[in-house]
Design a protein around this ligand. Structure first.
Ligand code: FES
Ligand SMILES: [Fe+2]
Length: 360
């Protein structure tokens, strides 16, 4: 598997940004091991309901804070107390700030160095998100809002599809944003009338209008999509149609060159004036499944392709080089991001066959 260095992305192995680490239901008061960015971490929910993410290994003698089922700390229900997590080995306990707050046998003595690393997490839209930053600073762009639909009445929430752990560098997934030529063979589009990318600082949009083999019936009727990344790893797409819907695709590096991918789709089944029925939920699930299958067509390619460190780009292909430059901003110091924005910001239309009266 090709690594960040092979793509010449920048000085950091893993990018800066917001990343999905788990469906929210997986964060409970039973601490759970997770591994991303080449690091072992532990996800747990404090008794207040707040999720916490901490480094996995205890500074005392290195026990794993989650991987235990037999310690009396676990049996006696002392693994999570309040917002703190207790090590199963000798019982040292750590607060959500990472500082040790109890050593059961040390008569109140706690060394200052007894602390574990903590990572910023936010729960939103049924997902636990982590801010990952090689510079270990506060976020310099916000976590996406997912169209605000999660809290809107009339919308059926997504269930999370795990699409697999792919032996691919995430750049191969992000490349999709510029990839106009895969829509017809992979996704069954037809007659592409418009394809453009707009780069706006940490955001990149893909505007797409085309017919489709099965999704639209009328000859000259177009599906029109606005799909965008906010930061390096979170794709969102707002879709009109029989049901308005909203796609989320998130991917997170596990190791350099190994990437986990998830998918979800929210569906608006009514205007919020009436309750959501079981039939509505079933219809929404079916809608999500159709969307999952479309993504699975990309996943099958990613799974088996070799790494593409230097695409052989035609002028009819989309702006891959510009997109990769945009993506590189997350692998370098944030102080250099402004320079990248100056170079890449703007609109690039690869296909524009719209009739004059369609052009706004
Ligand atoms: S290794 Fe964690 S308390 Fe000793
Ligand atoms: Fe695709």
């Amino acid at each position: 598997m090709a690594k960040t260095e092979d793509y010449g992305l920048g000085e950091y192995v893993f990018p800066r940004g917001w990343f999905m680490i788990a469906p929210a239901a997986e964060a409970t008061t039973v601490p759970k091991e997770v591994r991303f960015f080449g690091e072992d971490m532990v996800l747990y929910r404090g008794e207040s309901g707040t999720p916490h993410l901490v480094e996995a290994y205890c500074p005392h003698m290195g026990a794993h804070l989650a991987r235990n089922t037999t310690s009396y700390v676990v049996h006696d229900g002392e693994h999570v107390q309040g917002e703190s997590i207790r090590c199963p080995f000798h019982g040292w306990r750590f607060g959500p700030d990472g500082q040790c707050d109890d050593i059961p046998y040390a008569e109140g003595f706690i060394p200052k160095a007894a602390c574990i690393r903590t990572y910023p997490v936010v729960e939103r839209a049924g997902i636990i998100w982590m801010w990952h930053d090689p510079e270990q600073k506060e976020p310099d762009f916000p976590l996406p809002g997912f169209g605000g639909h999660w809290d809107e009445p009339g919308w059926v929430h997504w269930k999370i599809d795990h699409m697999g752990d792919l032996n691919s560098h995430p750049i191969e997934i992000v490349d999709n944003m510029a990839d106009v030529a895969h829509f017809i063979p992979i996704h069954g589009s037809s007659n592409i009338s418009y394809f453009a990318n707009e780069f706006i600082d940490h955001i990149v949009h893909q505007y797409f209008s085309a017919g489709h083999r099965t999704l639209v019936s009328e000859e000259d009727q177009d599906l029109t999509l606005d799909t965008w990344y906010e930061g390096p790893s979170i794709l969102q797409s707002e879709m009109a149609g029989d049901y308005p819907s909203f796609i989320m695709i998130a991917h997170t590096p596990i190791e350099d060159g190994l990437t986990r991918v998830w998918h979800g789709l929210m569906v608006k089944v009514n205007d919020g004036s009436k309750p959501i029925t079981e039939e509505d939920r079933a219809a929404a699930l079916q809608y999500q499944e159709a969307s999952r299958l479309a993504l699975a067509q990309d996943v099958e390619i990613w799974q088996y392709k070799r790494a593409c460190t230097r695409p052989m780009v035609l002028k009819f292909d989309g702006p891959f080089a510009r997109l990769r430059k945009w993506y590189g901003q997350f692998y370098n110091q944030r102080s250099e991001a402004g320079e990248v924005h100056k170079k890449v910001n703007g609109l690039v239309a690869t296909v524009d066959k719209r009739k004059k009266d369609q052009v706004a």
